[in-house]
Every structure is written in C-alpha cells, then in structure tokens.
Design a protein around this ligand. Structure first.
Ligand SMILES: [Zn+2]
Length: 108
C-alpha cells in the first residue's frame, strides 16, 4: 500500500516535471540590433507608444536580451527550452564552396 502510494507520487512528479519542461520552461535569447529595432517598432505600432527612445537595454551574460521603453514597457526575448533554434541558411560548408566558386571565376 505504501509502495503503491510512493510509485504514484513518483510518476505524478515525473509527469509534472516533464510537462513543465516541454511546455513552460523558457530561456532568454540574445537579440540582434535588427531584432531590437523591429521589436521596438512593432511595440510602438501595436500600442500607439510615442516614446522617442529606448530607456535601457536588458543584458544577460553581456548579451542584449531585451529592452525597456520610455513608456514603461519591458520586452525580453524568450523561447521554450524544448524549442529548437533555427539554423542559419548559410553554413560554413556553403560559404566555403561559394568562395571556391568565386576564386575559380576570378582568374578568367
Ligand atoms: Zn513604449
């Protein structure tokens, strides 16, 4: 009887942790300058904000992860831990072959 209760409790805990990890756990992501400008413009457009500048940048590990608007709005770039980070379209292999192609064309 006690063992059954212990097993059920363990499974419920494991299930709850798994659901939290897959659906709720988030991590901060660095913002590029373009992302920052676009997000701020989007905020101004959506809310009708009339601020003329960003009040401050939010950083973590010396990387910009968000900003504070003059109006008090605060944005932080977050993504789910379980979500895959999209790969850039140009890998090193592609850029290497591109360079070879350009080198081959130059002597002609
Ligand atoms: Zn604002």
């Amino acid at each position: 009887m006690l063992l059954d209760a212990l097993m059920i409790g363990t499974w419920l805990t494991l299930t709850g942790y798994t659901l939290w990890y897959l659906l709720k756990a988030e991590t901060l992501q660095p913002l590029t300058l373009d992302d920052l400008a676009l997000t701020w413009r989007f905020h101004k457009h959506q809310t009708g904000c009339t601020a003329s500048r960003i009040d401050g940048l939010i950083t973590k590990n010396e990387e910009v992860v968000g900003f504070r608007c003059d109006c008090g709005y605060e944005f932080q770039q977050k993504r789910l831990i379980s979500q895959q980070v999209p790969r850039s379209q140009f890998s090193r292999e592609n850029s290497g072959s591109l360079n070879v192609t350009q080198e081959e064309k130059l002597p002609c």
